[in-house]
Ligand binder design. Structure first.
Ligand code: ZN
Ligand code: ZN
Length: 343
């Protein structure tokens, strides 16, 4: 038997005792060590992001392989791992591929489920099962706590996989919460000059430690005017919208230069009937969404130790306190569920 924190209805989580799952031939069973709480979990918990329930949340996690399906190499057992969250034909090693997996777009698989988000139980649980193609073995340089950041860091990296950055490009990051902070660090490492914009003094201070060379406090100053000053009146080459609000998107349209790009980074909340896109047409602006990213590259980045992700962790909670952890994550930086040190 094992314990799982189940979201049964919005804002209602119960701890269930469950039977150990029987693995499919290409699945791996992971004993979860640490799981991170992110904005998506907050939106799923509140019901703002609607998915079929009941569901075990948790998609940013690390752990140890305890069992493998019948077709898999036993060597994986005992390995410290992280896992990608999009379950696809490719990650299950299916022979019969859907139209998207056939084209290499496995993150857009027609049969996709998403660990801890869409129709697939996640890692706020003692055990989680995943398809073998999702698993990445961790190098010894990365601790199991730091490894929780592989998933969000991969998502940050994906921003610039789809919107390539040139050296000395001015990248404005609008909203420097958990993800925006990692995006700032990645943009900085790619040679961009990062301008962080937020209403929070504390978040801006943190962004400076993660590669922002300039910060704009939008509760105190006119961010459009200040950005114009910084960029000699041109505007940002790339604006990353990480607030998930209509105001953020409207501001992004004002901050970006003609022929620049707006990168959209939030999967919830960006319902914006009031945004006027005329400027996008007049200034020939490109809008690029992006979601999950390359785990191997995120692992390499963490291994190098250049992004101080450990400093983002503000608190950790036992599995029984998942609800408190999610509530705390509303205002804290990174909250972890700690399944390693449970008594
Ligand atoms: Zn997340
Ligand atoms: Zn597929």
């Amino acid at each position: 038997m094992y314990k799982a924190a189940v979201l049964v209805s919005p804002e209602e989580i119960t701890i269930e005792e469950r039977q150990e799952p029987r693995l499919d031939p290409n699945e791996v069973l992971i004993k979860v060590k640490f799981a991170g709480v992110c904005g998506t979990d907050i939106a799923l918990f509140s019901g703002e992001y609607k998915v079929p329930l009941p569901l075990v949340l948790g998609h940013e996690f690390s752990g140890e392989v305890v069992e493998v399906g019948s077709t898999l190499e036993k060597e994986l057992i005992g390995k410290r791992v992280v896992a990608e969250i999009n379950n696809s034909c490719l990650s299950y090693r299916n022979k019969d591929l859907c139209r998207f997996c056939e084209r290499g777009l496995s993150n857009h698989c027609a049969r996709r489920t998403v660990v801890g988000i869409v129709s697939y139980d996640g890692a706020f649980s003692e055990l989680v099962r995943v398809p073998v193609g999702s698993v990445h073995v961790l190098p010894p340089e990365i601790s199991l706590k730091e490894a929780v950041f592989v998933e969000p860091l991969a998502a940050a990296i994906q921003t610039f996989e789809l919107v390539p950055v040139n050296k000395d490009d001015k990248v404005a990051v609008l909203g420097v919460g958990r993800l925006g902070t990692l995006i700032s660090a990645v943009a900085n490492s790619l040679g961009a000059r990062v301008i962080a914009i937020s209403r929070s003094k504390q978040k801006l201070e943190r962004a400076k430690k993660f590669g922002a060379s300039e910060v704009i406090n939008s509760s105190l100053e006119d961010s459009v005017q200040k950005l114009k000053d910084i960029t000699n009146g041109v505007g940002a080459d790339i604006v990353v919208e990480a607030t998930g609000t209509a105001e953020g998107l409207s501001a992004a349209l004002e901050l970006v230069r003609p022929r620049g790009t707006i990168a959209l980074k939030t999967t919830c909340g960006l319902v914006s009937p009031s945004v006027n896109f005329t400027k996008a047409v007049v200034d020939e602006i490109r809008v690029q969404g992006s979601r999950c990213g390359p785990f191997d590259r995120a692992i390499e980045r963490l291994k190098s130790g250049t992004i101080p992700v450990g400093s983002l962790i503000s608190d950790s909670y036992p599995l029984e306190k998942v609800k408190d952890a999610i509530v705390a994550a509303n205002s804290a930086s990174k909250v972890l569920i700690d399944l390693e040190n449970q008594v």
